[in-house]
Design a protein around this ligand. Sequence first.
Ligand SMILES: Nc1nc2c(ncn2[C@@H]2O[C@H](COP(=O)(O)OP(=O)(O)OP(=O)(O)O)[C@@H](O)[C@H]2O)c(=O)[nH]1
Length: 281
Amino acid sequence: MIIQWFPGHMAKARRQVEEKLKLVDFVMELVDARAPLSSQNPMLQQVLQSKTKMIVLMKRDLADQRVTENWINYFKDKDIPAIAVDVNEKTDIKKVIQLAKSLGQEKMDKLMKKGIQPRPARAMIVGIPNVGKSTLINRLANKKVAQTGDRPGITKHQLWIKVKKDFELLDTPGILWPKFEDQMVGYRLAAIGTIKDQLLSLQDIVAFVIKYLQVHYPALLKERFNIEHDMEDMWEIFELIGKQRGALESGGNVNLDKVSEIVLQDLRAGRLGNITLESPE
Ligand SMILES: Nc1nc2c(ncn2[C@@H]2O[C@H](COP(=O)(O)OP(=O)(O)OP(=O)(O)O)[C@@H](O)[C@H]2O)c(=O)[nH]1
């Protein structure tokens, strides 16, 4: 597999997350609802150790709702509270706050039993690049929310966002790298736009997507590109799409990279329909 993060980079990211973890009671791990396992960080569990976490499946508006429900049950079976979110839905944001408050409350109850004074529960958001960390923080902060100010002895500029009177959020998320051990993971992450297209062959990513759609979403593929689920010749498929969408070179040949971009743009924008690229089964 050609994708590599510099080990130094990873170590630094991990250290930064570990530092911030000391400040919080629980963690909100953001994953992409279109590929919830592939977009998890492989080392987060080790980093978290016994810290409580909840999972937020982001971008549910682009994912397949039925599969998203399966994923929520999958995590719940592992005793991890999970919730799916479209950041543009206010009710989703409210549900995140409710769930976070209940986790925070559990934590506070435990601390109070040990004689510690009640205080707001604190959480941080972690996730791989582009999963929606900043957007969710902004929605939770809801702009008018006051920030509680620097706390001494902690990295400068680190602020607590007061989401509710009993729930505060660290204003900077923890960024962790995705896992690349498996080529399929790479394809899924590239398809949803988490990793740069240049890291894998654009045409390979699209061939992966088309094969997946032929098996799992044949009707959507047929509707958007008029491609049958049993068409095997990838060259023919690319040609068909290229001709439909005018992705041609000067000599009239189909431009394969242009076709690839069209398919990926359609997929990422949800124009193909609601699609999830991996299932719990
Ligand atoms: N459709 C949809 N798009 C979303 C959702 N949440 C975030 N996005 C989009 O995803 C993209 C990435 O969001 P960011 O908040 O910048 O992601 P991030 O995790 O902070 O990214 P890094 O700064 O790279 O670590 C943006 O274009 C957001 O608008 C969602 O629920 N639905």
